[in-house]
Write a protein that binds this ligand. Structure first.
Ligand code: FES
Length: 573
């Protein structure tokens, strides 16, 4: 037997001694020989006092352990980095690849035959799947699950769509300090991930669609018994795949399953971050996400999930309406139903077993979609030669085709300093432009793409404006916001040469974002920028330097160039 404790022995030049020493030390914790002879299931512990989205991880670990032992395996819990969205400076995206590297190396370094990764907050699940795809050890994902909803004066609240809505009202002067303080205690009423279709929910859905988590794993609330039963079942299944050695992530992350995930991303009204993470996860398995195919799917697949910010409901309602299997039943004609699931059966089997909940309004049919096109559109144009993305399902219909004057902010700091100045030259028809907020520019591509409406306009009742940037945006946000402009301005993308007062046209139907200047003028400005680019302080040491030197652009998933798996299979068939 080469598995279990005998895997990946520490190198002392004598394998027998290495195993003897390993056993001698682990017995210090009271393990018996019987326990140590079992197949080992590693379980990541991403609990942190700084991460309330993972506040139920200790209970989930207990449930997973019970499942592993029920199936005859030995559970071994080990820590990895944990990233809580609002506690990560400068931005959680800066740390996603570090968590992926940490998780990958800890799975590789320690003896385990399968691994259960427990994550939830935005960047954690993609980091864990990137790691799993690189190690290619049998892996099962257990999301921590969404929070339950909050309530305020008769209204149902969801983090963080309503955080932004109330904060905008506070900025506009219609919600006072006392009420905003009260609301801060009601927006996140339990542990778990944001309960709207933000990035965490999006990633949980995509990962279930990829077959990496058991059916119904995406939407069960963090505090429900269902969530713990899913964790127990996942532990049980993990022990089985530890023994059989299959399926591996490479059996599950295929061109077919990635295409399924793209379809689900469009149908759920998913977060724009979900696209970056899907590209990164697929890239680790050697699968390329073709943005033209993703955009075309968005023209064919409507948003069917009636969840905020695109719709009206919350994740717990999605769970009670049948969860992702029931949603996938509505789009089954587009999906590859033979794609495998970690459950041992197929996506088609999961759909066949989906509950039919009559009278619900959360999962819509093709005949009554939430929006007639999918969540996202991919844009091109002289401002975005490689690509940009807009969450059209959460945008204002009257702004989807709009020409306006550019009001330019050179950085996140510049925007923060000037956006509320009373003498800022800005009108409701203008287009707010933020640059130097991309993967290298900020660094880490912060979620600054949701530029606030300038206070003086907010006070006049302006709720939405066209905003464009090379930044990201929270999946919980609403607005006509063009994101991920690639190449980013910090590396000389055309966004770098927009000037105050230039005119810009957004045309989502035509999939265009253009600066209205002729080509000669554009080339002249780009050449001038190249000749004397603005000085940027480059990171000189540590992880920040590694990030600066290695991070790829948004259309390549912002992974590090040296971590990608070479491959050319495309999820476009
Ligand atoms: Fe963690 Fe929203 S802040 S999921």
């Amino acid at each position: 037997m080469t598995g279990g404790l005998r895997k990946g022995l520490t190198s002392y030049g004598d394998a027998g001694f290495s195993l003897f020493l390993r056993k001698a030390f682990i017995k210090a914790m009271g393990y018996s020989d019987d326990a140590l002879d079992r197949p080992i299931v590693g379980i990541t512990n991403t609990f942190s006092d700084f991460n309330p989205c993972h506040g139920n991880v200790p209970e989930l670990i207990e449930s997973v352990k019970r499942g592993v032992m029920l199936a005859g395996g030995l559970p071994m819990v080990f820590p990895t980095i944990s990233i809580g969205e609002s506690f990560a400076h400068p931005t959680s995206m800066f740390l996603r690849n570090l968590m992926a590297m940490d998780t990958e190396e800890m799975i590789r370094a320690q003896p385990m035959d399968a691994v259960v990764v427990i994550g939830g907050c935005d960047k954690t699940l993609p980091a864990q799947v990137m790691a799993a795809a690189s190690v290619n050890l049998p892996t099962i994902v257990v999301p921590t699950g969404p929070m339950v909803v909050g309530h305020h004066r008769g209204e149902v609240l969801g983090a963080c769509t309503d955080c932004r809505r109330f904060w905008a009202q506070h900025r506009a002067g219609t919600v006072d300090v006392a009420e905003i303080e009260l609301i801060s205690g009601r927006l996140a009423p339990s542990v778990g991930t944001c309960m709207v279709m933000g990035t965490a929910s999006t990633m949980a859905c995509i990962i279930e669609a990829l077959g990496l988590a058991l059916p119904m794993s995406a939407a069960a609330p963090a505090v429900l018994a269902d969530r713990r039963r899913i964790a127990e079942a996942s532990g049980k299944r993990a022990a089985e795949i530890a023994i059989s050695g299959v399926p591996k992530p490479s059996d599950l992350i295929t061109a077919a399953s990635v295409r399924n995930a793209m379809i689900v991303l469009q149908a759920i009204g998913g977060s724009t971050n979900g696209l970056i993470h899907l590209i990164a996860m697929a890239g680790r398995a050697g699968i390329k996400v073709d943005l033209a195919v993703f955009d075309q799917l968005g023209r064919e697949i409507p948003v069917l999930l009636n969840l905020k910010p695109s719709g009206a409901h919350y994740m717990e309602h999605f769970h009670h309406a049948g969860g992702l299997p029931a949603l996938m039943r509505e789009i089954a004609g587009f999906l590859d139903l033979d794609a495998l699931s970690i459950s041992g059966s197929t996506i088609g089997d999961a759909i066949a077993a989906a509950e039919m909940v009559l009278g619900q309004d959360v999962i819509r049919s093709f005949a009554a979609p939430v929006t007639k096109e999918g969540a996202m559109a991919v844009l091109h144009g002289n401002l975005a030669p490689q690509s940009a993305v807009i969450k059209q399902s959460a945008a204002s219909p009257q702004l989807m085709r709009h020409t306006g004057r550019a009001v330019v902010f050179d950085s996140v700091e510049d925007m923060t300093t000037r956006i509320d100045l009373p003498d800022l030259d800005v009108n409701a028809d203008d287009i707010l432009v933020l640059r130097n907020a991309g993967p290298k520019g900020a660094p880490g591509m912060p979620e600054a793409g949701y530029l606030p409406i300038p206070r003086k306009l907010a006070r006049e009742g302006v709720k939405d404006m066209v905003r464009i940037s090379d930044a990201r945006m929270s999946g919980t946000a609403f607005g006509t916001i063009v994101l991920h402009i690639t190449p980013e301005s910090a590396v000389g993308g055309p966004l770098a040469v927009v000037r105050n007062g230039d005119r810009i046209t957004l045309d989502v139907e035509a999939r265009r974002i253009d600066l209205i200047i002729d080509d000669t003028e554009m080339q002249r400005r780009l050449a001038a920028w190249k000749e004397s680019p603005p000085q940027r302080e480059a990171a000189r040491r540590g992880y920040a330097r590694l990030f600066e030197e290695s991070v790829l652009q948004a259309d390549q998933g912002c992974d590090f160039d040296f971590l990608l798996r070479e491959g050319s299979e495309s999820a476009d068939s």
